[in-house]
Each structure stands twice: as C-alpha cells, then as structure tokens.
Ligand binder design. Structure first.
Ligand code: 5GP
Ligand code: ZN
Length: 124
C-alpha cells in the first residue's frame, strides 16, 4: 500500500468530486484512487480514473508517483471490463491522458480517460 498525504486543492473540480462536494457516478474507489463516469461521455463507456491526491497533470509526475501511477494503469483493464467493454482483442478500450493546454487538458487534476464500447463514438 502506498503511503501518502492526501492533499486537496479547494478550488479544484476533481478534488471537490473526491471530497463528495460535487456529486459523481462512482465506478471505483480505494485509499488512493477514485473512478467515476464522465459527465459528457464520448463513447458508450467513458469514465475517468484520478488519484485522490491533487496532482495537476502528468507534467508534475516524479519517481515518487511511480507506484501510484502503476496502480492506476493496472486498474484500467479491470474497470473497463466491469463497465461493459468487451474483452481484448475484439473489444478493448482507448486510454487518454490530456496534459496541458496543447494536450487538450481542461481539468487540472491528473486523470485517465477510459473509453470503449461499440462504435461509432461521438468523439475519439
Ligand atoms: P480533460 O479535457 O481535462 O482531459 O477532461 C476533463 C473531463 O472531465 C471532460 O471529459 C469532462 O466532460 C469531464 N468533466 C468536467 N466536469 C465534470 C463534472 O463535474 N463531473 C464529471 N463526472 N465529469 C466532468
Ligand atoms: Zn484536484
């Protein structure tokens, strides 16, 4: 288990979701991670996985976050199946981590988009 201080930014939308101040449709949570459905899904399955710790973007990652990020990645295929993505290789999913303005990031709390389900999709 990762030891970490769970730090929160009171002005951050996703910190407010983690704290329950803004409602969300939860997919999964544990001591360090939270997953919830995207409010504007691009695909039949579209959820976000975030660390509870406020890390603004992948740009701020250091070696200290390696285990946390590893846990996020290992969770992706498990939650994708749980949420209805068909198994690989016929099914599968798309993983996206928008980072910074030119990367298309709108919410500055690190998150992975997991998208899947039958095509066509709205976007992506
Ligand atoms: P980004 O562009 O930063 O990678 O993606 C942010 C995502 O957060 C968008 O897909 C957007 O639909 C989603 N989002 C923004 N506000 C909310 C919210 O209040 N609740 C939920 N569940 N998703 C949100
Ligand atoms: Zn945050």
């Amino acid at each position: 288990m990762i030891e970490q201080v769970v730090q929160s930014d009171p002005d951050c939308l996703f910190c407010k979701i983690v704290d329950g101040k803004i409602p969300s449709r939860m997919v999964y949570q544990d001591d360090a991670l939270y997953a919830f459905h995207d409010i504007h899904p691009w695909a039949p399955v579209h959820f976000l996985i975030i660390p509870k710790l406020h890390i603004p973007a992948m740009a701020q990652l250091t070696e200290a976050h390696a285990a946390l990020m590893g846990r996020m990645m290992v969770l992706v295929p498990k939650l994708a199946l749980q949420e209805g993505c068909k198994p690989y290789p016929e099914g599968g999913f798309r993983l996206l981590a928008n980072t910074g303005a030119e990367g298309g990031q709108e919410v500055h709390h690190l998150h992975l988009h997991v998208m899947g389900g039958p095509r066509p999709w709205l976007r992506g």
